[in-house]
Ligand binder design. Sequence first.
Ligand code: NI
Length: 253
Amino acid sequence: MLFDTHAHFDDERFDADRDAMLEQMKDFGVTNITNIASSMASSRRSVELAEKYDFVYASVGVHPSETENLTETDMEELRRLAQHPKVRAIGEIGLDYHYPDDVAPDIQKKWFIRQLDLAQELNMPVIIHDRDSKGDSLEILKKMKISNGVVHCFSGSAETAREIIKLGMMISFTGVLTFKNARRAIEACAAVPTDRLMIETDCPYMAPEPHRGERNHSGYVRYVAEKMAEIKGISYEEMVDITDRNAKRFFGI
Ligand code: NI
């Protein structure tokens, strides 16, 4: 009953074996996957995957690093794609200041806010990508009173995690939790109530130990659940069950 809440099966790294991989997922105990979009093209592909596979749901949205040439026409298309019954969230959207030559912060902010507006208008949850934004993402979420969302691949402190929880949002963790230098992520995970936790792979990226460095896939989400169960001091089965229920509530399944 594993639910991978954040996968990118539309990524070109799955071009050679996408269908074979997705068909294998049930053998890994994965019963649901949300394919998360990162650009306009990826939003379209995400919807196509959700149409093709009954256990795949989709989000539509544009990652901060892909916002440079966005237009209002794109927002209209997102609004239209979001009406599809298997589209359950807007994302991933947010801010990423990691690379200095990435899209300018002002442009990122403009389209982050615009897509948050769209999600509020459509009453849909948001998938937040926040990397090195120095608190800007959280400030925008607070200001806009966003409560229906998840901060994905969480890498912040326990203190930041508590602030996000206070907003009413969820927090999800990737295989980063299993890395040897994961002390901060482990502390943050420990600070999150179990009913606010979700598990994800962010595949093809972020493969957990013992597969670190390999191409990731949803089958490896069990390593995240195992680590989370250990941190929370509950059984693996219980953790899988809790995160499955949390994800279904979040995505309205
Ligand atoms: Ni992602």
